[in-house]
Ligand binder design. Structure first.
Ligand code: AMP
Length: 281
């Protein structure tokens, strides 16, 4: 596996004839890799192109310095996992390789997407995501990018970025990989104590019942029962739990008849903020 740290080496790697001929499938990450990330690499490998992953903790998308500082870093294990998965190359740039001119944040028109849910609770987060992916897509020129649907709103932001700036880019969403307990895999799970992990898993288990629950009660009834349940879990503090249209992320009051819906949640378990969602058929 090729390990690339400099932007000029990335550009040279991209221009190699075999990569040009096969095209590139790109899997961006912030490292602290787990099986969820590996499922994206596996999906990417099935495309038959050269697979490039990236590990870059993008400071622009963190809205709390403490969260950035506490973000887990496991570069040795990350490289081992990528190599083991047969990823072709990994880009691990320093900050100045991605932002050579320092902080010159560009503004992207993300419409309502940046005002709701994660956008509302993490001001500037999606601008940070758009800035880094815009730069990486420009440099890498992938044919396809593979993203996790766990970050559903981020997936929609990238679709918007693609529509506006990279119309030929194929944007693929991969299903959320969960631990046996039901908890969605996340780099942040490493920060949970045993009790926080267990209580976060209880939250995930409630979400996973939703496909069934839809047939028996309204969303509002489920939500109030769910919030009462969360109050019995001392580590859990729910930030939002909302029903929305999958295509637009417009808020819904109750299960829709025709359009597909998604339930999105952000919650704290102890000091760790987690997000999750369930796509309803
Ligand atoms: P991150 O390193 O957290 O920025 O995640 C990198 C990519 O992996 C993003 O596209 C995430 O949506 C995706 N991802 C994170 N957790 C999971 C998971 N449990 N299952 C599938 N994809 C995931």
């Amino acid at each position: 596996m090729e390990i690339i740290t400099k932007r000029e080496d990335l550009l040279a790697w991209k221009s190699q004839s075999s990569n040009q001929a096969k095209g590139i499938t790109f899997v961006p990450t912030m490292g602290a890799l787990h099986a969820g990330h590996m499922s994206l690499i596996e999906l990417a490998l099935h495309r038959g192109r050269t697979v490039l992953s990236s590990i870059f903790i993008n400071p622009l998308q963190f809205n709390h310095a403490g969260d950035l500082a506490a973000y887990p870093k496991t570069p040795e294990s990350d490289l081992h996992m990528l190599q083991h998965a047969c990823c072709d190359a990994v880009y691990m740039p320093e900050y100045n390789q991605v932002y050579p001119e320092g902080i010159a944040v560009e503004h992207f028109d993300l419409g309502e997407l940046e005002e709701r849910l994660e956008g509302a609770f993490r001001p500037g987060h999606f601008q940070g995501v758009a800035n880094v992916l815009y730069r990486l897509f420009k440099d890498i020129e992938p044919a396809e990018v593979v993203l996790g649907l766990k970050d559903y709103q981020q997936f929609m932001v990238v679709q918007e970025l693609g529509r506006q700036h990279f119309p030929a880019l194929q944007i693929t969403g991969a299903p959320t990989l969960r631990e046996e307990s039901g908890l969605a895999m996340s780099s942040r799970n490493r920060r949970l104590s045993v009790a926080e992990h267990q209580q976060a898993s209880f939250v995930a288990q409630q979400l996973m019942r939703l496909q069934e629950v839809q047939r028996t009660m309204s969303f509002e009834t489920w939500k109030s029962q769910f919030l009462v349940f969360c109050q019995t879990l001392p580590s859990i503090r729910v930030e939002y739990v909302e029903l929305a249209e999958q295509k637009t992320l417009h808020q819904l009051r109750d299960w829709p008849n025709e359009d597909k819906a998604v339930v999105l949640i952000a919650f704290y378990s102890g000091a760790t903020r987690l997000i999750d969602n369930i796509l309803l058929a």
